[in-house]
Design a binder for this molecule. Structure first.
Ligand code: 3PY
Ligand code: MG
Length: 248
C-alpha cells in the first residue's frame, strides 16, 4: 500500500528525487527511486496541477509525496485526494502545529480529513471504514524541522501521535541556526545528530530534504537518517552519452 512506509518502518534507507509535471515522472517512478517529492512550496508548480502526474505513477514503484506550501488543511486535503501517500509541510515549529498537520492528514476519528467521495482503491477493501483505517495508518506525515524554534520543540514534535517522519530543510535550518549554508559547521552537524537520534529513539524516520554540499550520503546514514533526495540529471546524462557512444 505504501512501500516507502514499509521500508522506513523496517529501518531501511529510502532515496528519492524531485517529481514535476513532465513525461519523465513515470520513468523516474520505476527507475529505482523509492519516492518522488512534488514540491509546491519552492517551485512554480501549483498544487492543483498535480492530479495528472500523481495519477501517472499509480501502482509504480516510487511513493508520491507532496510538499504543500504551508501547513494548511485545504492544500493537504487536495494533495491526498489526488493520491499523495505522504505530505511534507514546511516550518512545523511546535507540537500544536504538528498536531494540526496530523489532523488534516487523517480521516475521522483520528483526524478531520474531508472525504472526496468514493475512490477507486476503496473497492479493494471490505468496507469504507477499513479503507480509511488503512489510509490513516499508511499516510506519511512529514513535518519539516528548519528553525531554532522547531529544534527547541523537537522532542514534542516527534512525539506527536501520527507523526511518522521528520524532515530537515537543510538550507533553512542552517540560516535559522545562524550558520547560513555552512553545512560542515559543528553547530549544524550537532543539530543533525540531535534530529537523527531523537527521531530514532521515538520510532520516527529522520530525513534530509537534500544532501548538502560537503556531506556524503553515508555520513547522513551514519547519523541515523533514513531518507533524502538526490538529483538524477547527471546520471541520466551519463547514461544517454554512453548509449549514444555505443552506437557511433
Ligand atoms: C530547505 O533547504 O530549507 C528546504 O526546504 C529544501 O527545499
Ligand atoms: Mg526550507
Amino acid at each position: 500500500m505504501n512501500l516507502m512506509r514499509d521500508l522506513l518502518v523496517d529501518g531501511g534507507v529510502a532515496v528519492g528525487t524531485a517529481g514535476g509535471l513532465g513525461s519523465e515522472v513515470p520513468f523516474l517512478a520505476d527507475a529505482g527511486f523509492d519516492f518522488l517529492i512534488f514540491d509546491t512550496q519552492h517551485s512554480p508548480v501549483e498544487i492543483k496541477q498535480l492530479a495528472g502526474p500523481i495519477a501517472s505513477i499509480r501502482r509504480r514503484h516510487a511513493t508520491p509525496i507532496v510538499r504543500v506550501g504551508d501547513n494548511n488543511a485545504e492544500q493537504i486535503c487536495y494533495a491526498l485526494d489526488q493520491g499523495a501517500k505522504g505530505i511534507i509541510a514546511p516550518m512545523v515549529n511546535t507540537p500544536e502545529q504538528a498536531e494540526d498537520m496530523v489532523q488534516s492528514c487523517k480521516y475521522p476519528m483520528e483526524g478531520v480529513r474531508s472525504n472526496a467521495g468514493p475512490r477507486g482503491e476503496w473497492g479493494e477493501f471490505k468496507s469504507y471504514r477499513e479503507y480509511m483505517d488503512i489510509v490513516n495508518r499508511d499516510v506519511l506525515i512529514i513535518p519539516m524541522v528548519e528553525t531554532q524554534e522547531a529544534m527547541d520543540n523537537l522532542e514534542a514534535i516527534v512525539k506527536t501521535p501520527g507523526v511518522n517522519c521528520c524532515l530537515i530543510g537543510p538550507s533553512d535550518l542552517s540560516i535559522n541556526l545562524d550558520v547560513p549554508l555552512d553545512y560542515t559547521n559543528q553547530k549544524y552537524l550537532d543539530a543533525l545528530d540531535r534530529v537523527g537520534s531523537t527521531c530514532r529513539e521515538n520510532d520516527v524516520a529522520p530525513g534530509m530534504y537534500f544532501v548538502p554540499p560537503g556531506i556524503e550520503p553515508s555520513v547522513l546514514i551514519e547519523k541515523g537518517f533514513q531518507f533524502f533526495t538526490l538529483a538524477w540529471n547527471g546520471w541520466a546524462k551519463e547514461g544517454i552519452q554512453k548509449g549514444i557512444a555505443s552506437i557511433r
